[in-house]
Write a protein that binds this ligand. Structure first.
Ligand code: TMP
Length: 234
């Protein structure tokens, strides 16, 4: 499979057209951003960690009956995926309070959220991906009622699968963001699942093993990405 024209360049990856009109190649970069793109950096080999961890998770999620865009890993940083029509919504699932829910509602960081909760954000970088609810999603034409229900069910099931997988590696899944697309009339999971898009805490010490280390200038960003990779994938 050959890379053809650049279709899209995001903060942490590039997507290329291929010889096959139904397939794309994702190429993961080492660039890292935070604070709505205002803070930028480079984390050596992050692209490798994110590519490999994403594919590892997508394969397990697929085995658990949730369709994904994953087709084939072709190098350290590159993966062939199905070309889906993106549903312009970020879906966040939270098991433990941290980040924006802690700030917005005054819930102490580390407080267990029972049952786990879910939120939708409209994908619009110029407006910092504003919070929306299911009714907005319908009114804005983001999806049909069936699609919004499927996305919600899938997101909670993905949470269960990921909690189970990560705890075997001694990692607590605090929260994560996923995105979905349409492919051949079906809702499928797209995009990455990595320490850029999840909050991951060491199960024993609660040490942060994710992008928060970059957001909050905590240091050792490279080392914790490698640590997650080593525990989970190698
Ligand atoms: P938040 O607490 O900042 O709302 O983030 C919740 C989770 O979603 C956290 O694991 C980081 C992830 N996330 C992204 O991957 N991209 C985003 O644009 C946002 C806002 C959050």
């Amino acid at each position: 499979m050959q890379k053809r024209s650049l279709r899209y360049e995001g903060k942490a990856k590039r997507m290329f057209e291929t010889d096959d009109p139904d397939l794309l190649i994702i190429d993961y970069k080492d660039d890292i951003t935070a604070c709505d793109g205002k803070k930028k950096g480079i984390i050596k080999d992050k692209g490798i960690v994110n590519n490999r961890m994403t594919n590892y998770m997508l394969r397990i999620i697929e085995q658990n009956g949730i369709p994904t865009h994953y087709v084939q890993e072709i190098s350290d940083r590159e993966t062939v995926v199905k070309k889906a029509e993106i549903v312009p919504m970020e879906v966040i699932v939270r098991n433990i309070a941290a980040g924006s829910i802690a700030r917005r509602l005054g819930i102490p960081e580390g407080y267990e959220l029972l049952p786990p909760t879910l939120e939708f954000h409209f994908k619009d970088d110029r407006r910092n991906n504003p919070w929306i609810n299911e009714h907005y999603a319908l009114t804005l034409g983001i999806g049909t009622p069936e699609e919004i229900k499927t996305i919600t069910d899938y997101a909670f099931r993905i949470n269960e699968v990921m909690i189970g997988e990560l705890i075997k590696a001694g990692i607590k899944l605090v929260d994560f963001k996923v995105e979905f697309g349409r492919y051949e009339g079906e809702i499928i999971l797209v995009d990455e699942i990595s320490p850029d898009t999840c909050r991951l805490w060491d199960a024993q010490t609660n040490e942060k093993l994710d992008r928060d280390r970059f957001r909050y200038d905590m240091g050792n960003v490279e080392a914790v990405y490698e640590e997650v990779y080593r525990r989970l994938v190698l």
